[in-house]
Ligand binder design. Structure first.
Ligand code: ZN
Length: 67
């Protein structure tokens, strides 16, 4: 028995695009003895005591977003 034909379009409007920039550009900023990594997309990492850690944060972010 197969009389159910409930087919609906999944999303009205078609494309679902967000305002994310095409590129992720991460910057490491220093403030006092802390450094922060932040990206053009709005992402940012918590303050780190070492710049290396901020760079790691940045690298991880880029890796997550297919960079
Ligand atoms: Zn980003």
């Amino acid at each position: 028995m197969k009389d159910v034909a409930d087919q609906r379009p999944e999303a009205p409007g078609g494309t679902t695009r967000t305002d994310h920039p095409a590129e992720h550009r991460v910057e490491v900023t220093e403030r006092g003895s802390f450094s922060f990594a932040r990206c053009d997309c709005g992402w940012f990492a918590p303050g780190r005591r070492s710049r290396d850690k901020s760079r790691r944060d940045a690298a991880e972010h880029l890796a997550e977003h297919g960079g």
